[in-house]
Design a binder for this molecule. Structure first.
Ligand code: AMP
Length: 477
């Protein structure tokens, strides 16, 4: 399998714009401390988005960049930010980076910390699902850079400590995904909260739907426009293939590809959390190490699953799109669309994930007959037919497996039936108690209720006491 090779030097590296024809980071005028970090990371040449975005960002200009995950866009905004921070005193938060997901926030913060390795610039993440106290501390200390997701940031913004009066740079990363996730109103609320003083805004989006163009017009001043990837084209180097198969044989087909070694390590995308959950369990039951990452999992579980996948403990990471977007996994062999993505843009994003800056990978999509029309739309958008493959020796007529997902209507009907049963039982118990026939069972239930009341009273009491010295507003959990 030829997936994921280092290309050595980047064919895509272009002139640095100084007219001396030199490639590499040297022409960009970056501080030696940042150059050392770049060397540590073994980045040989800037990627196209870095070549185009770093110089205007260093001049303090607003930037509007159409660039996708894998293009090197994070370093494109992080390096100019770090350069700016090197010359100013610490102790004031000067940069806020907004990301759509916790994973992307963590990843941006990690990359920033790597590039800031030889500096004293500090970064903190602010997102939900983890304790708010360290985040409050970061605000109070004035950590240099805060990277966060909209919901938790807004929770903090209710408080005086999170006013960010010294803010100089705002980054909006993956703006189109913020739109998809319904975060645009939150973004506007965040913008209203931020100080009005002159500020530099760096705006990144993989695609530019109308609402994103409108938002960018509202917040950017005379931006330098950059479009490094042709819109609607996956990064070069990605080998794409379609595997037509009946819906209920998808698990078998995926297992076959993994067992034959045609797929090495892979992120496998599913349409719903439920399907992701079931698929991960099925793979594990077949002896394939798999983790899962989706919205029903706690932050701790998500972080652990991602870490296990990144360090090679698990071979497959089953994910829903929203959670896994932007996840950067080095040496990722494959992206597998277990379900065809809903839109061509989603397809392009996912496929882009394998082709990181200097790497190439494969993107496989399992296509059921019902999904063919969506595939046609994808092929129209990418401008060509995608290769269709059949696996030699795989029994395409095998009996169907149990369904991966019980249809929603059936699930609802089952829940209703269970609830009706519970109600009937509760009524019968109540009638028995009224007739004095409960005996020990009735006494036990009463005791149980009393205990519950005591616990909840007890839990309420300290809260009331604490309200005396704290504003009675909801604090981030
Ligand atoms: P991003 O598009 O920011 O998610 O970056 C994708 C990956 O490319 C990350 O793993 C970066 O570490 C890597 N990367 C960023 N810039 C370069 C570069 N100039 N050369 C090689 N790899 C890079």
């Amino acid at each position: 399998m030829e997936a994921m090779k280092k290309n050595g030097s980047r064919d895509g590296a272009r002139s640095n714009g100084n007219g001396n024809g030199k490639t590499g980071f040297h022409g960009l005028g970056l501080n030696p401390k940042l150059m050392r970090a770049i060397e540590d990371l073994e980045f040989e040449s800037p990627t196209p988005v870095q070549i185009d975005a770093i110089p205007p960002a260093l001049e303090g200009k607003d930037v509007l960049a159409c660039a996708m995950t894998g293009s090197g866009k994070t370093a494109a905004f992080v390096l100019p930010i770090l350069q700016r921070l090197l010359d100013v005193p610490r102790g004031v938060t000067r940069v806020l980076v907004l990301t759509p997901t916790r994973e992307l926030a963590a990843q941006v913060a990690d990359h920033l910390a790597e590039l800031a390795d030889h500096t004293d610039v500090r970064v903190a993440t602010v997102f939900g699902g983890v304790g708010a106290a360290p985040q409050e501390k970061a605000f109070r200390k004035g950590v240099d850079v805060i990277v966060g997701t909209p919901g938790r940031l807004l929770d903090h913004f209710q408080y005086e400590y999170a006013r960010l009066p010294g803010l100089q740079v705002l980054v909006i990363d993956e703006a189109d995904r913020m739109l998809d996730m319904g975060f645009l109103p939150d973004i506007r609320r965040i913008l209203r909260h931020l100080p009005k003083a002159p500020r530099q805004t760096l705006f990144f989006s993989a695609t530019m739907p109308a609402e994103i163009v409108k938002l960018s017009r509202e917040i950017l001043r005379d931006p330098v426009r950059i479009s490094v990837e042709r819109k609607s084209a996956p990064a070069t180097g990605v080998m794409q293939a379609l595997y037509p198969v009946r819906s209920q044989l998808k698990v078998q087909l995926l297992t076959e590809l993994l067992e034959r070694g045609e797929i090495g390590n892979a992120i496998v995308f599913c349409r719903t959390k439920h399907r992701a959950d079931r698929l991960a369990k099925k793979l594990v039951s077949r002896g394939i190490s798999a983790g899962q990452i989706h919205g029903n999992r706690s932050q701790g579980q998500r972080t652990a699953a991602l870490a296990a996948f990144k360090n090679g403990d698990t071979r497959v990471l089953v994910a829903t799109d929203i959670v896994a977007r932007g996840i950067d996994v080095e040496a990722l062999d494959h992206v597998v669309n277990f379900d065809v993505p809903h839109t061509p843009d989603d397809y392009i994003h996912r496929v882009g994930r394998t082709a990181r800056a200097e790497l190439t990978g494969d993107a496989y999509t399992l296509v059921s007959p019902e999904e063919e029309s969506t595939v046609k739309a994808i092929e129209r958008t990418v401008g060509r037919a995608i290769e269709r493959r059949k696996i030699e020796g795989f029994d395409y007529n095998a009996p169907a497996e149990a369904r991966l997902e019980v249809p929603q209507q059936e699930r609802i009907a089952a829940i209703r039936a269970r609830k009706a049963d519970d109600r009937t039982r509760a009524k019968a118990n109540a009638a028995r108690r009224q007739n004095g026939g409960g005996g020990n069972v009735g006494a036990g239930k009463t005791a149980g209720r009393t205990t519950a009341t005591e616990v909840s009273e007890g839990a309420r009491r300290p809260r009331r006491a604490s309200q005396g010295h704290r504003a009675p507003r909801r604090r981030p959990q």
